[in-house]
Design a protein around this ligand. Sequence first.
Ligand code: ADP
Length: 350
Amino acid sequence: MIRFENVHKTYKTGTDALRGVTFSIRDGEFVFVIGKSGSGKSTLMKCITREEKPTEGMVIIDKYCISKMPRALVPILRRQIGIIYQDFRLIETKTVRENIAFAGEIIGVPRKKLMQMVDIVLGAVGLRDKADSLPQELSGGEQQRVAIARAMLNSPKLIVADEPTGNLDPETSESIMALLSEINRTGTTVIVCTHDSNLVDRMKKRVIEVDDGLIIRDEKGSGYTAEEKHSLPQSMIDEFVPEVVSLSEITGVQEPAKEEKKEEPLPEFPSEETEVKEEKKPAKVEEKITVVATPSPKKEKKAEKKEAKKEEKKDEKKDEKLPPKKNEDPDFPSDEDPDFPSEIKEDKDK
Ligand code: ADP
């Protein structure tokens, strides 16, 4: 996790490059930092790698406040971060393999293990066949791939790339960005500072836009230019949308409204089965409500029978006074018989 807390950076010249920047980046995110030239993007990136120190505020990586970290510990921080620059920064006199291995040599990785690691990252960037070439024998895109392989060597949790495609043609830029995206898919957090609007638009990642030292946009799944649909502040959307649009309108699934649930009469004879279902499957709201609101025909019959039995019991007490019941005496006159009510009356009167 990276957190900028009200970060200000004023250079000795008096330029306010950052003027109170606050944001967080979660582990595993892919974030573009965009903005006009001179807006403060590079300064922001340099505060992550401690190439620059904020004049005010805090930069926190995991639980360490790296903006207050003693200078002696900075190399340790840098080993945890893969850094990629626009100008590749390869050592011209070293081969591709040596350039990559150099990052491991300075932290004392044993030679054999180091060579295995170099082989793996060279394979990952598709440059095994160029392992013994010198940087000047490679194209710009290939040199940037070497720089990415070097950044990957120590399996960093975070890769920071400052204009990684700034010196490359559009096609090569796309393949470099695809490679960074692939690295991100393995769980590495990737932060890319760029002005390449086409790539940003196509990749639909989180975009943090900086202008004059301030964050003016922070959107997920966005493009280089803010879209119309994002023009309403989220607080306004939260406030008004629920009144206008119900969940069922959006999803097509009938949402059980809270009021309906109150008004809906419970079945007269809720079975145990219904109650268990409600307890065991609280998530399936629709199913629960359907069961409660619409008892099955079987249950209805059962209920009717129960009701009938109750009535029978009540009636048994009055049996002596009342005439024999219709269902007990097949010869008992039918309801349609015009004489039926008067016969009962006569009987009762006796
Ligand atoms: P961006 O990366 O968006 O082009 P920068 O972060 O490089 O912007 O620069 C932001 C502002 O800070 C600019 O006005 C720039 O001139 C100034 N600036 C950058 N680096 C330094 C420095 N080392 N010393 C003085 N001013 C600087």
